[in-house]
Ligand binder design. Structure first.
Ligand code: 13P
Length: 251
């Protein structure tokens, strides 16, 4: 299976022109990649404008609603995302949990709605600094996974990817050490094996996210056994992001 490099642009860049420029630079530079799946998750508005045709890039969204349509002001549904060419959707990012009070129940509904729309969910889990210091990370992560996947069948779990994003490492420049990421990686597999089966756990892609840059990116893929990366800040710097993709191609 290919390695997965996911760009989470968050609420960036400020204009459509800048978004197009960044996207086109990445698109041009990644035409010949073979071993890596590159997914770009821009703000919703830019999704239908960024043209993936003739490229290896897939589009993803950073959030979604759980109903298909109706009187839900300001929300965007999975079928809408599908209709503009999205293949992936990030769910339960810590910024959404913290700033918009997203709960595990809401995240569970979103994952089920994405499964119905045949889209791949990238479920984000991770502990805060306080939880880490109290030695609670196993409990936090296992709770987040169990609640998010409640009622998701053995067949449908194949449409889910898990991203381990320690909250204390996001946007801080304090990346998690690859050995720590590896411990969590194995722990996540153990939970999935308990909930589903060992075979399913072995196949489920797990990504790392949090202060990934061109210097540390490969450590997670080589040393932590991660299937890919979920990249914030560095994905907005075309040169750095492209370098990460090319380095990934070579492992
Ligand atoms: P940074 O790479 O900027 O730390 O962001 C990580 C992230 O939140 C990706 O979803």
């Amino acid at each position: 299976m290919k390695k997965l490099i996911v760009a989470n642009w968050k609420c960036n860049p400020k204009s459509l022109q800048e978004a197009k420029k960044l996207f086109d630079t990445i698109k041009k530079a990644t035409k010949s990649i073979k071993e890596t799946e590159v997914v770009i998750c821009p703000p919703f508005l830019y999704l239908p404008v960024l043209k993936t045709k003739g490229s290896k890039i897939k589009l993803g969204a950073q959030n979604c609603f759980w109903e298909e349509q109706g009187a839900f002001d300001g929300e965007i549904s999975p079928p809408m995302l599908k209709s503009v060419g999205c293949s992936y959707v990030i769910v339960g990012h810590s910024e959404r949990r913290r700033l918009f009070k997203e709960t595990d129940t809401m995240i569970n509904k979103k994952i089920k709605a994405l499964i119905r729309a045949n889209l791949i969910s990238i479920l984000c889990v991770g502990e805060t600094e306080e939880e880490k210091n109290k030695g609670k990370f196993t409990q936090v992560i296992s709770d987040q996974i169990k609640k998010a996947l409640k009622g998701v069948s053995r067949k449908d779990i194949q449409k889910v990817i898990i991203a381990y994003e320690p909250v204390w490492a996001i946007g801080t420049g304090r990346a998690c050490r690859p050995i720590e990421a590896q411990v969590v990686h194995l722990f996540i597999r153990k939970i999935i094996a308990r909930l589903y089966s060992r075979k399913i756990a072995e196949r489920l892609p797990i990504l790392y996210g949090g202060s990934v840059n061109q210097k540390n990116a490969l450590d997670y893929l080589k040393e932590s056994g991660m299937k890919g990366l979920l990249i914030g800040g560095a994905s907005l710097r075309a040169k750095e992001f492209i370098k990460i993709i090319y380095d990934t191609e070579r492992i």
